[in-house]
Structure formats: structure tokens, C-alpha cells
Design a protein around this ligand. Structure first.
Ligand SMILES: O=C(O)CCC(=O)C(=O)O
Ligand SMILES: [Fe+2]
Length: 387
């Protein structure tokens, strides 16, 4: 029919109006600041929802999307991700504290991911947050993308994507800690402020405590990250994964490693988070009592690869939507990342350099290369780059 997309060997999306950009896919996903004539918008669905559906009506197009391979979310393994009870960390008994530290150390070296219970963040706070988060994402797309709330941090999909494999079927707000307390940041969503502030404080404390354990395990003062992490770079991200009509063809969130020291994540009960273990994707089964912790690129670098920053993703779901909230522990821009011990396999770099490199790569080639760009010796472990 005339509304079907054109089939072309080089995948391309229909034009969406007069937004100027070199990447057509980029045009397609970005905020509707221009005049997007072809876009049908319903109340809360981002415009891509409709366009993408049209696009995927063609079977040949589907094959192009998958390069003729199996559907992208089909590989799965059973996950026995470590579940660590953090009660031990606060124990007056040194043996118990050490046993808990050892578990955290083991999980961070072997998995780069673990879940924690008795983490000190009240369930009531997490459910209040979830409620507010649902209200926030529930407003029309137009409003989320143009009202400037939460520091203008709304993003739908992957604005930099140049290929559908790089596109995430999700929307997010990305809020620097420095903005969390600013009333002006919330507009009419002022109820969100109190809960965001409480959560940011609680997650920050937990992240610092876990980072402290990990640096102590490598013979350093547990405060060293406190000295270099500050509010200007740490942030909270609210994620929402709407129901996806073609879950085999796009990811909820494309495979990536986190560009921070450490991430704390609260996921709802929908499932879909997976991590790379060996060469298999394994599911991180939702545990309502637990928070998910993962090591980021910078801690892998600081630890001379002792701790692993592993690739993870969220698969799209055609039945259930999903919400999550993540706290990212980051160093201030100009602090050197350093190393637990010399010689380091990485050259000296700051967080500012790392972010710039990641941004440049994403802009030029469509994806993040990550830590391997900073390696001095070219040892290819194949476990920490994105592709
Ligand atoms: O939503 C999730 O479970 C994962 C989120 C994530 O990986 C991220 O925000 O970096
Ligand atoms: Fe992540």
C-alpha cells in the first residue's frame, strides 16, 4: 500500500518533517521541535510508536532489521545471580563484615552484577517513587518532551541511533543530583521532589558504601571515591519501557555498559533486564526485596579489570510495560580516574575525557566503544566493549 515504507538495502526511516539533521533515523526519534507532518500522536505515545509499526508491516523489512538472524531477544540462560544480604556490612562482628565484603568482591569480579537485600532503602520509599514515576510518564508525550520538566532531560528512544539495532524502545528522564532539590525543575510534578530527594540521598549512601567496600578489598581507603564523586556528575535516571508491538525486533534498552563507577537499580516486577555472562544473555529475575547493583566502566578501569563492567540490556515486552530507576555514581569531571595499582592497563584519563570519547564515538559511528579506547596494551577480553 502507499503507506508502506520503501524497501531499501540501506535501512532508512521515513522522513518526519523539516527537522534538519544528517541522520534520518535521528530525525525520527528526536523531540518534535519542528513540524512533523507525518506524525500521528496519541495521548501518551511517542510518535515513533506509529511510524515504527508501519515500517515493520513489511516482512522483508523485518529480515533487514535482524540481518536475517534470529530475533534479538531469544538467547537466554538460567541466572543464579548472587543475592547478597547487606546486614553483614553493619555487623559489629568483624568476621560477618568480612564475609559480606567477600561476597561483594566475588560477585563484582565474577559477574559485575549482583542483587542486594537489607540494603537500607525503605520499601515504602521505593513504592512511593514508583507511583510518582508512573504519573510522570503517564502524561502526553508532547508535554514530557516540551515542558522542560526535570531539567529538560526527557528522551524517547535513542536520538543518536543510525540503525534500528541501536534503537531503544523506552523513554527516560536523566536528572543530575544538583537539580534534584530545585523546585523549579519539577513544574506541576512538585510531589516528585520530596521522594526524589529522599531516594537520591538513600541511593547515594548505598552506592558509596558499596564502592567503599570494593576499594577496601583492593587495599585502599574506603573514602577515596567520596573525595572524587560529587553531585555535579552523579545522576538519577527514570526509565519507562512502554509495551512494544514488535518485541523481537527492537530492544527496550540496547546492550551497553554503564559509564560510571557503580549503578544501583530498582526494577519493577515486569522483568526484561539481562546481562552478558560469558557469551550468553542471562535474565536478572525481579526480586521485589532486592536492588540490582552493577559495576561501571570507571570502576573496571580503576580496579585494573579486577571488577567487571558487563554489558546489559532490557528486552522489549509486548504484554507489560516496565519501570525502573537507576542511580549512577560518577566522579567529578576533572578528577583523574586513577588506578588501584600501577602499572594500569589504561592510560590516564578523566571522566570528562571518557564522556567526550563516548559521545564522539556515538556521534560518529552510532555506538559506544568504551574502555578499550583507553587501553594501553591491546588485550582483547571481549567482555567490556559495546557493539
Ligand atoms: O531498566 C533497567 O533495568 C536497566 C537500566 C539501565 O541499564 C540503565 O539505565 O543504564
Ligand atoms: Fe545500564
Amino acid at each position: 500500500s502507499s503507506s508502506s515504507p520503501q524497501l531499501k538495502p540501506n535501512f532508512s526511516f521515513p522522513q518526519t518533517g523539516n527537522i534538519k539533521n544528517t541522520s534520518r533515523f535521528h530525525n525520527f526519534c528526536r523531540k518534535p521541535t519542528g513540524n512533523i507532518e507525518n506524525t500521528t500522536m496519541t495521548d501518551s505515545n511517542p510518535p515513533l510508536f506509529h511510524q515504527y509499526e508501519l515500517l515493520l508491516q513489511s516482512k522483508a523489512q523485518l529480515q533487514l532489521l535482524n540481518n536475517g538472524n534470529q530475533q534479538i531477544n531469544s538467547v537466554m540462560g538460567e541466572c543464579q545471580l548472587p543475592l547478597i544480604d547487606l546486614t553483614g556490612l553493619e555487623s559489629s562482628n568483624e568476621k560477618e563484615r568480612r564475609a559480606c565484603s567477600r561476597e561483594i568482591f566475588g560477585a563484582s569480579t565474577e559477574w559485575g552484577f549482583f542483587q542486594v537485600i537489607n540494603h537500607g532503602i525503605r520499601t515504602e520509599l521505593l513504592s512511593r517513587m514508583s507511583k510518582e514515576q508512573m504519573k510522570l510518564f503517564g502524561v502526553p508525550f508532547e508535554k514530557k518532551s516540551t515542558s522542560g520538566i526535570l531539567d529538560h532531560s526527557y528522551r524517547w528512544g535513542t536520538p543518536t541511533a543510525t540503525h534500528p539495532n541501536q534503537f531503544s524502545w523506552s523513554e527516560a528522564f536523566h536528572i543530575p543530583l544538583t537539580k534534584v532539590s530545585e523546585a523549579a525543575c519539577y513544574g506541576e510534578f512538585i510531589n516528585l521532589r520530596e521522594v526524589m530527594e529522599e531516594l537520591a540521598t538513600a541511593m547515594s549512601k548505598l552506592a558509596r558504601s558499596l564502592a567503599g567496600v570494593l576499594v577496601e578489598c583492593l587495599g585502599h581507603r574506603k573514602e577515596i571515591f567520596d573525595d572524587i564523586c560529587d553531585e555535579s556528575t552523579c545522576f538519577l535516571r527514570l526509565n519507562h519501557y512502554p509495551i512494544c508491538p514488535f518485541p523481537g525486533d527492537v530492544s527496550g534498552l540496547v546492550p551497553h555498559t554503564d559509564s560510571d563507577f557503580l549503578t544501583i537499580l530498582h526494577q519493577d516486577r515486569s522483568g526484561g533486564l539481562q546481562l552478558m555472562k560469558g557469551s550468553q544473555w542471562v535474565a536478572v529475575n525481579p526480586n521485589p526485596e532486592a536492588l540490582v547493583v552493577n559495576i561501571g566502566d570507571l570502576l573496571q578501569a580503576w580496579s585494573n579489570d579486577t571488577y567487571k563492567s558487563v554489558k546489559h540490556r532490557v528486552v522489549a515486552n509486548s504484554m507489560r510495560e516496565r519501570y525502573s530507576i537507576a542511580y549512577f555514581l560518577c566522579p567529578s569531571y576533572h578528577s583523574p580516574i586513577g588506578s588501584c595499582r600501577q602499572p594500569s592497563p589504561y592510560r590516564h584519563f578523566t571522566f570528562a575525557e571518557y564522556r567526550k570519547q563516548v559521545r564522539d564515538d556515538v556521534e560518529k559511528i552510532g555506538y559506544k566503544i568504551g574502555l578499550s579506547k583507553f587501553r594501553l596494551v591491546n588485550i582483547n577480553t571481549n567482555s567490556n566493549s559495546n557493539n
